[in-house]
Each structure stands twice: as C-alpha cells, then as structure tokens.
Design a protein around this ligand. Structure first.
Ligand SMILES: O=C(O)C(=O)C[C@]1(C(=O)O)C=C[C@@H](O)C=C1
Length: 317
C-alpha cells in the first residue's frame, strides 16, 4: 500500500500536527496540513486523505465547539466520516514574539506588547497568566496556534505576541519569552482520529477493530470501547430525551458525556452528541447496534459516529 495520508489543522507546528505525527508512528505517513477543521473533514469525505486528526475537547477549557459542529453535520456533508481512534496530547503553551524583539527576554520585558494572537481554544487554557500580565490587551483569534506563531514571526509594524507551542516556535523561528503559561500543568487535549468508512485503503487498518498493544503502558489501559452517537428528539414530547437516554442504560452502555449544539432548524432545539463506553463481553455483544436500532424508534434523527478503543489509562478513565 502507498503511504498513509493524514490530515490535520495546520500550518506546521500546530498541536494538531504534533498529535498527527505522534499518533501515526513518525515518518510512516504523509502529513497534510489544512487551514480549517472543515477542510480536513472535506478531504476525508472526498478520500483525498486517509485519516484526519481533530481536537475535540480540552481538560481545562472543555469542548472544541467547531468540532462538535462537524459531528452534528447538519447538512450531511460528511456522511461517511467516522471516528476510529483517539489520542491524548499534553498541551504546553508558550508566549512568543518575532525574533530579536526583546533581547533581554521576559526579564527585560517593558509591557509594550499591544496585541495577542492564538486559536480560540488556547485563551481559556492560559487565562490566569493572561489576566496577570495582559489585562486589557487586544486578543485576535486566528485559525491555529501555529498560524499565530507564523503571523508574529513576520510582523513589522505592531508589537504582537503569539500563544503556541515550543514546536511552533521552532517551526516559525520566533523567540519564546515565557514557557508553560497554561493554567494547569495537566492541560491535555483529546484528539479524535477519523476515517472514511468507504475508503478501502484504510479498511485493513481500521482502528475500530480492537488493535494490538501499541503503547508501553498498555497494561494499565482500560479495555473499554467508546462510541459516539448523535440524535435529535421531538422537543415538544415530555420524556422524549429521557426515553432516548434510558436505551443506553438498557444495553449496558455507560453514558460518559452529552453535548448539545443548536439544531439550526428551530431556535432552542438541539442536536445531542452522546459518548458512551463499554467493556466488550459476551453479554453485551452487539450492544451498540441494538441500542442504535432502539434509538431510531424514539428519535427524529440518529447517527452512529463510530466505535474505537479507549486510550485513557484506568486511573484517568
Ligand atoms: O491551534 C492548534 O494548534 C490546534 O491544533 C487546535 C487546538 C484546539 O482546537 O484545541 C489544539 C490543541 C490546543 O487545545 C489548542 C488548539
């Protein structure tokens, strides 16, 4: 088989780049940066990429709303795209500036930065540091943390700084003023790995199948599988949501998270994005398919977004 094509949010040096490189054993895949998450999904739907590595939630700042919208897929643009794996990346942020801007480093910093750039997810991960040192300074959202690094590396008129990784600083040649500015040392982003279920190139490597041990601490991994399902219910019918959720319990599926996004059909009506887990056993064989069948009876729309192996160690699960 030709080399795998793995797509992710670029430019090079983003946390998504790091997650893609680490989850697809360095060097064995062609990495394809995109300018947005929808572009990565579109590449997968068109089979121009084999896998997409997309952040879905952060331990400090919560859900990546843009990704939830892709999962909600209101217009059916990505109907063959499903989750087949996950990857957890510890995220350390740095404050960085154009090379040579502050020769004295952070110790000699004179308070002259007038604008900060980063991906919207990163602000909420560094709030304590930003409130302490950059209260009132303009914040500009950009498409990724590495894009922020690229912007400040080329800046000539403004005194801008970016929040991005040390890896991004190396890729874009910026000076790091402060490292580890995240609020919490355990700041971690969970990435979902997607594939196109009709793509034969990846059918052999389908991570949906329980895979052989890949990491050293495999012994400590929970042998659970996770499943993602989206559905909508009749909002005017009392108990419709409760009935839908009871189906998970009835089939031994442990509900671990419920997110909502607006349906965009009628205000204050939602698409439910539900994640559940189970330890595969003879008793719960086929539980996901059975639950999906039952769910289809009580929901307006219902979609299976894939099953994959839990990568969290038992102590964090
Ligand atoms: O901007 C990047 O570097 C990304 O890969 C995106 C992203 C995200 O959306 O969560 C990834 C990890 C960090 O949580 C911050 C930003």
């Amino acid at each position: 088989m030709t080399r795998l094509r793995v797509t992710f949010l670029g430019p090079l040096g983003s946390f998504s780049h790091q997650a893609a490189a680490e989850s697809f054993c360095k060097g064995s895949a062609d990495l394809q940066p995109q300018v947005s998450f929808p572009d990565a999904f579109a590449a997968l739907q068109k089979k121009e990429a084999d896998y997409a590595v997309i952040p879905c939630e952060n331990s400090t700042n919560g859900s990546v709303v843009q990704t939830l919208d892709l999962l909600a897929d209101r217009d059916g643009l990505y109907k063959d795209v499903k989750v087949c794996g996950e990857y957890y990346l510890t995220v350390h942020h740095c404050l960085m500036v154009r090379k040579g801007t502050y020769p004295g480093g952070w110790a000699g910093y004179d308070g002259s930065i007038t604008k900060l750039y980063t991906h919207p997810q990163a602000w909420g991960q560094c709030e304590t540091f930003l409130t302490k040192y950059f209260k009132g300074v303009e914040r500009q959202d950009v498409t990724s943390t590495s894009k922020a690094a690229e912007i400040v590396s080329k800046e000539t008129t403004e005194r801008g700084a970016a929040i991005a990784s040390r890896f991004a600083a190396e890729q874009h040649g910026t000076d790091v003023l402060v490292e580890n500015i995240e609020d919490r040392a355990d700041n971690t982003t969970r990435f979902l790995i997607f594939r196109n279920v009709l793509d034969e190139r990846t059918a052999q490597l389908n991570l949906e199948q329980p895979s052989p041990p890949t990491s050293e601490d495999e012994a400590t991994l929970e042998a659970t599988h996770k499943t993602l399902i989206t559905f909508t219910v009749d909002h005017s019918s009392p108990g419709a949501l409760a009935n839908a959720l009871l189906i998970f319990k009835a089939h031994g599926l442990n509900l671990t998270s419920i997110s909502t996004r607006p349906s965009l059909k009628k205000p204050w009506q939602y698409i439910f994005i539900v994640e559940c887990g189970r330890t595969p056993s003879d008793e719960n064989k086929g539980a996901v398919d059975k639950a999906l069948n039952d769910l289809r009876q009580v929901s307006e729309t219902c979609r299976d977004l894939g099953t994959w192996k839990n990568q969290l160690s038992a102590s964090n699960a």
